[in-house]
Design a protein around this ligand. Structure first.
Ligand SMILES: Nc1ncnc2c1ncn2[C@@H]1O[C@H](COP(=O)(O)OP(=O)(O)O)[C@@H](O)[C@H]1O
Ligand SMILES: [Mg+2]
Ligand SMILES: [Zn+2]
Length: 497
């Protein structure tokens, strides 16, 4: 038996099967019933919200041999040919492909040719914003003098990229993201009719992660079904999508708010140990913070992405422990971190230090800190986005210094002139500039090095090595230091004389 992807099998075949998009559906349905269709439409909106589906319903409705009350019959040869993609007069063009551009070029002559099979030719041009200027001009000429027997339906996810000249010749409809509830209802309907046992929570999770797109939701259901079979629980969704459980995220933030850095590092270690990706942890934490921020602003009206009933009590408690400025800053921090992790193939330090930074954001005990910049002549740090927040390097360096100071004042004095350059593969790189050879060499001695390594181990809960380098040594600067500082992403460390 040929397997048909759920999202295709469940393409709405008539107006009344479309989920949401009520205004668009009503307007078009009435226009068809009353014979008032115009010759050009522009459908804009996010992917998977019904643009192509409605375009095809229109194509069927204008060619159907037994149209009933404005709906295509889906039985006649025109309807079935259109449904199977075999109808000569319904022409789908993907503007994102080279072929699409060629097809637009020939459009002016081709549109003059009368329909071969049906009553009207329907051109469905997808991702129309991708057309070249030349192709837009060709399309514009056609739209300026449209033949009676042709309807154009242009679809786009980026309407702002469509020239006004084109837009003004079309009737525009914007498609909205579907709500979590609308998507959930459809998922449940699909599951029931395909004998899939979809847990309520599992369905909710899929619906929320689809970000308003029904196609994505159905594809996800398909994917989980093919891995896990006919019984789908919340854990299956988390597992297949590599997501982190909301309660884990809520407890992680709880540790952050409690300034329990050991607890944070342990939780991260557990999640990483279970095979979660560092980038995913940062991304999911950002989404959790987003939910919390939304909750503080809108209360129960918030449309949560992560939080369901399970994490609600913790969310409520955290609302009273934080303010919006902190949440916004932490949210930015986690989004930046997810970005960095994408570029760095998931260096674990980036994640850990970001959480230590986050703890600092929520530290109400701490005085308002301005970043203390290293001496400008030696090391210039250019942060990608400057804010009052201490950068990752400073947060970690301050922790190392404080930890060493607690254990041994003379060692602390040796460490102070150093700079934390970065970290890579569980090695921290600390640089000394010229004139501090004595300090560097003393730090390299067993006792001092071990003391520092102990402090690092207390922070990261695992063995971390320390490598000391001379900042003036060209060779080191070029190879080791530059490699090490890649850890800090876009921040550039420039080493001068
Ligand atoms: N509004 C909707 N109502 C019902 N199903 C939808 C809707 N939007 C998307 N879908 C589902 O997603 C699939 C792809 O939708 P499509 O119309 O091609 O989206 P778009 O063209 O906006 O990217 C459809 O086959 C259908 O299964
Ligand atoms: Mg489409
Ligand atoms: Zn028909």
């Amino acid at each position: 038996m040929a397997y048909l992807a759920l999202y295709r099998a469940w393409r709405p075949q008539r107006f009344k099967e479309v989920v949401g998009q009520e205004k668009t559906v009503t307007a078009l349905y009435n226009a068809i019933k009353e014979g008032r269709l115009t010759h050009a439409y522009l459908f804009s909106g996010p992917r998977g919200t019904g643009k192509t589906s409605i375009a095809k319903i229109i194509a069927k409705a204008v060619n159907c041999e037994n149209i009933e009350e404005g709906e295509p019959c889906n039985q006649c040869s025109s309807c079935t040919d259109i449904n199977n993609g075999n109808f000569m007069d319904v022409i789908e063009i993907d503007a994102a492909s080279n072929r699409g551009i060629d097809e637009i070029r020939d459009l002016r002559e081709k549109v003059r040719v009368l329909p071969a099979q049906g009553k009207k030719k329907v051109y469905i041009i997808d991702e129309v914003h991708m057309l070249t200027t030349e192709a837009f001009n060709a399309l514009l000429k056609t739209l300026e003098e449209p033949p009676d027997s042709v309807i154009f339906i242009l679809a786009t996810t980026e309407p702002q990229k469509i020239p006004d000249t084109i837009r003004s010749r079309c009737q525009s409809y914007s498609f909205r993201r579907l709500t979590g509830t609308e998507i959930l209802e459809r998922l449940e309907q699909v599951a029931a009719s395909d004998n899939i046992e979809l847990d309520k929570e599992a369905g909710q999770l899929i619906a929320r992660r689809a970000n308003g797109g029904l196609r994505d939701a159905l594809s996800t259901l398909d994917q989980i079904y093919s891995y896990k079979g006919k019984v789908i629980k919340k854990e299956d969704v988390l597992d297949v999508l590599g997501l982190v459980d909301e309660l884990f995220l809520a407890r992680l933030l709880e540790k952050v708010l409690e300034q329990d850095t050991a607890g944070i590092i342990e939780m991260l270690a557990t999640a990483l140990g279970e095979g979660k990706e560092a980038q995913q942890l940062a991304r999911e934490s950002a989404l959790y913070l987003r939910d919390l921020l939304l909750y503080t602003v809108m209360g129960d009206k918030a449309d949560f992405i992560i939080v369901t009933e399970a994490a609600r009590p913790l969310l409520e408690q955290q609302k009273s422990q934080t303010n919006q400025d902190q949440l916004l800053e932490a949210l930015h921090l986690m989004m930046d971190t997810a970005d960095k992790l994408r570029l760095s193939e998931g260096n674990r330090f980036i994640l850990e230090v970001a959480f230590l930074q986050m703890a600092q954001i929520f530290d109400t005990e701490a005085p308002v800190v301005q970043p203390t910049r290293p001496q400008a002549q030696t090391v210039q740090v250019q942060a990608g986005n400057k804010s009052a927040r201490l950068d990752a390097r400073e947060v970690l360096w301050n922790r190392l210094l404080a930890g060493v100071k607690e254990k041994n004042i003379p060692t602390h004095a040796l460490l102070v002139p150093g700079k934390l350059l970065g970290a890579r593969d569980d090695v921290l790189y600390i640089g000394y500039k010229k004139g501090y050879r004595f300090h560097k060499e003393r730090m390299e001695e067993k006792d001092n090095r071990e003391l520092l390594e102990n402090v690092a181990r207390e922070i990261f809960k695992r063995n971390v090595q320390i490598q000391f380098v001379f900042l003036d040594d060209e060779q080191y600067n070029d190879i080791i230091v530059k490699k090490a500082i890649e850890y800090f992403g876009e921040e550039i460390v420039e080493i001068k004389d």
